[in-house]
Design a binder for this molecule. Structure first.
Ligand code: ADP
Ligand code: MG
Length: 342
């Protein structure tokens, strides 16, 4: 039995949760989903990968819960269960002194919402809990010079939120978060297909269509795919063919909302820092940054180079890892002002 548990970094996202263990790296990367029995006790059936397979396929008496929405905890108990489950998966349960937990949170959430993250982490077995703003962790994990006196802009396009921040001298100088991300694109696809074809498709199908045909810019060579859903008139299963141009149109609005959020921050960034951003470029991370043409669309609209982070879906967890591995040094240098402690 270990005496003291290893420090843990948890990137608790609306879509995916990643766990970093000190000295080991990322050991868990699974969807933020819990499947429970819908009776009063809500007994847990599955968490993470196992739960995602059941999504949209649950039988009566069983339901799939996404305990986070738009970056905020909407189901406290389920979040706690999920954190407990992933913590156990990462480091087991045979230790005497509980782990220190480092978690990410979106910059725009309220004090109360942030406290909920803190409490859930404590209840799930954290001895001490530290919170780090998601874009800061993502910037650190992407290898950006966050402690230098030069501004860098990082845009994290996640499932539920897009966080835009300018970072300099070890802190977030300005940030803006909108409740638009990959899930809003999926919803836009569902609504489009409902409107145009009178067919209802599920969340998973919508996401698959987005990954397959989605683009932030019109694709030159049009691609097609067949999708299956339920006809809203006959209520029977139905298939139809859709094109990449249609999906581009369907997700145009959320893509423009992301662009506007970046503009909003640029317009309010101090001139010196804005000049740094013009020079260094904008870094994009998060699953949504992988959408075809997202980087090109932002670059051509703003006239600023856009760079896709090296490991876009892992960098926030890697940033937490960086903090954990160098915690003593950072404390010694007095470079921990980005940490919120509870
Ligand atoms: P969060 O940190 O908020 O949980 P992630 O950074 O894990 O979110 O990103 C998840 C989102 O990214 C999902 O909506 C998913 O559909 C989307 N995504 C993942 N890969 C791609 C891709 N190749 N193209 C477009 N969207 C993607
Ligand atoms: Mg993420």
């Amino acid at each position: 039995m270990a005496f003291v548990a290893h420090d843990l970094g948890i990137d608790l996202g609306t879509s995916n949760t990643l766990v970093y263990v000190k000295g080991k790296g990322i050991v868990v990367s699974e969807p933020t989903i819990v499947v429970v029995e819908s009776s009063n006790e809500r007994r847990v059936r599955a968490v993470g990968d196992d739960a995602k397979i059941m999504l949209g396929r649950t039988t009566e008496g069983v339901m799939a819960v996404r305990p986070m929405r738009e970056g905020v905890i909407t189901d406290f108990d389920m979040t706690q269960i999920l954190l407990q489950y992933f913590t156990r998966k990462a480091i087991g349960s045979s230790y005497l002194v509980k782990p220190r937990l480092f978690l990410t949170y979106p910059c725009s959430i309220s004090g109360i919402e942030r406290r909920a993250v803190m409490e859930a982490a404590k209840y799930s077995g954290g001895r001490k809990v530290f919170l780090v703003e998601k874009p800061f962790a993502a910037a650190l994990g992407s290898g950006l010079p966050v402690f230098d006196p030069s501004g860098c802009m990082i845009v994290d396009i996640g499932g539920g939120t897009t966080d835009v921040s300018v970072i300099s001298l070890g802190g977030v100088v300005i940030s803006h978060s909108i409740r638009v991300g990959g899930i809003k694109m999926d919803e836009a696809i569902i609504n489009f297909i409902k409107r145009e074809f009178n067919i209802l498709i599920g969340d998973r199908t919508a996401e698959e269509v987005k990954l397959d045909l989605g683009a932030a810019l019109p694709i030159r060579e049009e691609r097609r795919a067949r999708i299956r859903g339920r006809d809203m008139v006959t209520n029977l299963p139905q298939t139809t063919e859709i094109t990449s141009t249609q999906i581009y149109q369907a997700i145009h609005e959320p893509c423009m909302a992301i662009l506007s959020a970046i503009k909003w921050v640029l317009e309010r960034t101090l001139p010196e820092l804005a000049a740094d951003v013009m020079h260094n470029g904008i870094y994009i991370t998060g699953g949504g940054s992988l959408l075809y043409g997202m980087d090109q669309m932002i670059a051509s609209e703003l006239g600023i180079p856009v760079l896709l982070a090296k490991e876009p879906m892992d960098c926030a967890a890697l940033g937490l890892g960086n903090i954990i591995e160098n915690f003593d040094l950072l404390q010694h240098l007095g470079r921990t002002s980005f940490l919120k402690q509870g």
